[in-house]
Design a protein around this ligand. Sequence first.
Ligand code: ADP
Ligand code: MG
Length: 250
Amino acid sequence: MIDVRGVWKRFGATEVLKGIDLSINKSDVTCIIGPSGSGKSTLLRCIAFLEEYSEGEIYIEGELLGFAQEGGKRRRVSEAEVARVRRNVGFVFQQFNLWPHMTALENVAAPLRLARGIAGDEAARRAGAMLEKVGLSARAGAYPSQLSGGQQQRVGIARALAMEPHIMLFDEPTSALDPELVGEVLQVMRDLAGEGMTMAVVTHEMGFAAQVADTVVFLDHGRIAASGSPEEVFRRDPNPRLRQFLQNYF
Ligand code: ADP
Ligand code: MG
């Protein structure tokens, strides 16, 4: 579903990603862990092509997203092509990014109308179904300011899911939440994984990674310094940088 091949990302002279190779199979959950500044968000943003990478190739469902190599030249694919491939990729950010002047239901329905041209009634119906999926039917008419952080993030997830993505990318979806609200968001993600959604999750929730991930990837200074099953990465990997990182959590 996702194939990242030899991806480098530079901001000026700063090398943030240094040759990332990563494959994510259908229905797999990949958790990306690593210290602050190691390039986790940049990697996720490159996968969704919210960020242009400097070298390498990224394929989404077998289709190139970003740049094509043609006769030794690198060509950026057209905006229409980017939009078409990205259509199937949902993104959930650390900040919930809800529209404050819209209810939960409208927050989920508006992109369906605006980006997909779905009629108002049908958009509202789908939005209602998505809110039910994340356990928020009863709060459909509430404004973001009337919702807890955990509820707001669940609306954010519902909004992404309403677009019927094949792949969901999460960038620290629980990092802005009070500790007692983390569990409800992780539960929604766990349910989603159980339904077979293909997911890449940047997280510091090591319990979630250990339980839910098929693969854990440890990013360090822009390189994948370890990857494997949670057992391999959390229990057996001898990499000293990883051990040092994990000491903060276990
Ligand atoms: P993480 O998500 O692992 O904390 P990021 O991917 O956000 O790390 O950032 C990795 C590095 O890239 C950091 O050193 C950060 O300062 C740098 N960086 C990220 N975005 C930009 C940008 N737009 N311009 C310059 N440097 C950036
Ligand atoms: Mg980040």
